[in-house]
Write a protein that binds this ligand. Structure first.
Ligand code: DSN
Length: 428
């Protein structure tokens, strides 16, 4: 006797397809719920984090996760890519419009893979590259010895000046003329001042170097005119899409048309296999959000908040690296009050304020200890906090750090954080 269609589907565990997460996997469902509560009850000051819209979350959780689509729109190695092509073409067009770029590749899974793809397209192992020293604010993938970028290439690092903690463009120029790097990499993960992309282009022209700007941190500021754009100057611009840009956790590359073919080949099949179509869909949604006037106001408020918070933290007696900020982030030298970055991070976390420890230029502590904490305003600005709340946050930070995290202070500050968070919920 043959099985009914329903019995056969049940025997294959087919009903799993339609069951909810709570039922199928309560452990993971509970962890997601706990994380949702943690985010709601936390002042998120990690400069590289943000809270995406429900629309972005929906696209990320869509059935496009089921699709293989190696190749590019109109040139795929798989059938059934019609809707995928629509999504990828929309994402490309929006990215080009948003940044004013000649060519966009929306397939990189992350910032690290975006950078790797540019190197793969233009460099050979053994070539010389020049990037900003990690401990001065650069990024692992800009030539740090522990990253692929430091393993495959000869690396020359430039720095900030000791006196004002600003990028030393004179040193950059002198090193570039001396070492003639194939590529100069600029952009930072812990630098609070405007980056002079025009000057870097001039240096690259003098040393015969390509120029790559990694704007992962400041992409949102760039597209809204809150930071000068590198697009007219750089041969390649890379970015993540989840920081100030407030999209899904992913990457993006922009370049001049002349490099388009080499770049696309480097991303796929050079560095990656099948693209994450659900994430590309979410990137398209985020780019659309970033094209609105509200996004410009949001980015402007991020900067206002960062300036207000840096000033208010300085008013409590902490030294701010370079004396303040022009963007979304600032580095607080907590060791100026005898606390290590590591201890400060832990003390603040116990009161539901999240930051990350970070080395500061010319740090005397090891990276895992560090003298600083990096503080950024993209996430708290998303949930609606403004300048008056920045003053409150600074007072909460100072209260618990000055008390070295003693129990009474921790409880009091946690209560203050909860009050602020309750006034500004993330998702209703
Ligand atoms: N981009 C780094 C950050 O700024 O947090 C992580 O790689």
């Amino acid at each position: 006797m043959s099985m009914t269609k329903e019995a056969h589907r049940a025997a294959m565990g087919h009903e799993f397809l339609d069951r909810g997460l709570n039922e199928v996997d309560p452990e993971i469902a509970e962890a997601i719920q706990t994380e949702t509560i943690r985010q709601n009850d936390t002042l998120e000051l990690i400069a590289s984090e943000n809270h995406v819209s429900r629309a972005v979350l929906t696209a990320m959780g869509s059935v496009f996760t089921n699709k293989y689509a190696e190749g590019y729109p109109g040139k795929r190695y798989y059938g059934g890519c019609g809707p995928t092509d629509i999504v990828e073409n929309i994402a490309i067009e929006r990215a080009k419009r948003l940044f004013g770029a000649e060519h966009a590749n929306v397939q990189p899974h992350s910032g690290s893979q975006a950078n790797m793809s540019v190197y793969f397209a233009m460099l050979k192992p053994g070539d010389t590259i020049m990037g900003m020293d990690l401990s001065h604010g650069g990024h692992l993938t800009h030539g740090h010895p522990l990253s692929y970028s430091g393993r495959d290439f000869k690396v020359v690092a430039y720095h900030v000046r000791k006196d004002d903690e600003l990028i030393d463009y004179d040193e950059m120029e002198q090193l570039a003329l001396e070492h003639k790097p194939r590529m100069i990499i600029c952009g930072a993960s812990a630098y609070s001042r405007i980056i002079d992309f025009k000057r870097i282009r001039e240096i690259a022209d003098r040393s015969g170097s390509l120029m790559m700007a990694d704007i992962a941190h400041i992409a949102g500021l760039v597209v809204t005119g809150n930071h000068p754009s590198p697009v007219p100057h750089a041969d390649f611009v890379t970015t993540t899409t989840h920081k100030t840009l407030r999209g899904p956790r992913s990457g993006l590359i922009l370049c001049k048309e002349q490099y388009a073919k080499d770049l696309d080949r480097a991303v796929f099949p050079g560095v990656q296999g099948g693209p994450l179509v659900h994430i590309i869909a979410a990137k398209a949604v985020a780019f659309n959000e970033a094209l609105t006037p509200e996004f410009k106001e949001y980015q402007t408020q991020i900067v206002r908040n960062a300036k207000a918070l840096a000033q208010a933290v300085a008013d409590t007696g902490f030294r701010i690296v370079s004396g303040g900020t022009d963007n979304h982030v600032f580095m607080t030298d907590v060791f100026s009050k005898g606390i290590t970055g590591k201890d400060a991070q832990n003390i603040l976390e116990a009161s539901n304020i999240t930051v990350n420890k970070n080395t500061i230029p010319f740090d005397t502590q090891k990276p895992m200890v560090a003298s600083g904490v990096r503080i950024g305003t993209p996430a708290v600005t998303t949930r609606g906090l403004r300048e008056p709340e920045m003053k409150k946050i600074a007072q909460l930070i100072a209260r618990v750090l000055d008390a070295k995290g003693d129990a009474a202070a921790a409880i009091e500050v946690k209560k203050g954080v909860k009050e602020l968070c309750d006034q500004f919920p993330i998702y209703h």
